[in-house]
Design a protein around this ligand. Structure first.
Ligand SMILES: [Zn+2]
Length: 241
């Protein structure tokens, strides 16, 4: 294939734009913020699971408190009623003695049930505090995740703008290049890891990094300037400077 040496050199500019675009794509795919978003999403799931657990605990604690309250009420009423009867003086001595025994027994029972009620109230307060803590953690985990997403959004927008600029410049470089040269370049670029054209620097191909053998180098030197050379090692278009 033959092509104007100037067009051949423009392939290197085209290659530079394509390489920059590929690097930009890799950079966006490997943004550290992506990892961070994955980690923060995991954190948020854990925090939300804990929140559900704390809500369940609170509702259990509330049920336990209601039960403790319900347990003590009838015993207290009975104690009050017995006390009124004993104070009323309308029972005979034998009945009074057994009534006073029952009153003593009921007092102990009420004390125990009130202790249980107090414990249930303390447990409820504890559960409320733990729920408040879990809610605060969820709010902060959500905020952190949305901050990270917003940060990533800004980076992606910047990358998109950069990419648009690269595409615009690439198009300007590609315009006017002969179709067959461009086609060969694209074919080689897709086949050889994104690099279709490379400069011959001294005796070394910048595409594969290998130094030409003396025979190959001599043939490069002997070729007409408009002959499109290919690296004997990597097959890429070899552009003389
Ligand atoms: Zn090469």
């Amino acid at each position: 294939m033959r092509a104007d040496p100037g067009d051949q050199r423009r392939l290197l500019e085209l290659q530079a734009e394509d390489t920059a675009a590929a690097q930009l794509e890799r950079r966006v795919a490997n943004l550290p913020i992506n990892q961070r978003i994955v980690a923060l999403s995991g954190d948020l799931t854990l925090v939300n699971d804990r929140l559900v657990d704390r809500r369940t605990r609170l509702s259990d604690a509330e049920a336990a408190r209601q039960k403790a309250e319900a347990d003590v009420a009838p015993v207290r009423q009975r104690l009050e009623r017995d006390q009124r009867r004993a104070d009323g003086g309308e029972v005979d001595a034998r009945a009074l003695s057994s009534l006073l025994d029952e009153i003593e027994h009921l007092k102990v029972r009420v004390d125990n049930l009130e202790d249980a009620e107090l414990e249930a109230m303390e447990a409820l307060e504890q559960a409320e505090a733990e729920l408040a803590q879990a809610e605060a953690a969820a709010v902060s985990a959500e905020a952190e995740l949305s901050r990270a997403r917003a940060e990533r959004g800004v980076m992606v927008d910047q990358a998109r703008a950069e990419m648009a600029e690269l595409r615009r410049r690439r198009q300007a470089v590609a315009e006017g290049l002969p179709a067959d040269l461009l086609e060969l370049y694209e074919k080689l670029r897709s086949r050889y890891n994104g690099v279709g054209a490379a400069e011959l620097k001294g005796r070394r191909c910048a595409g594969c990094g290998l130094e030409a053998t003396t025979a190959d180098y001599d043939s490069y030197q002997a070729a007409a300037p408009d002959e499109v050379l290919r690296c004997a090692e990597c097959q890429r278009i070899l552009v003389r400077s």
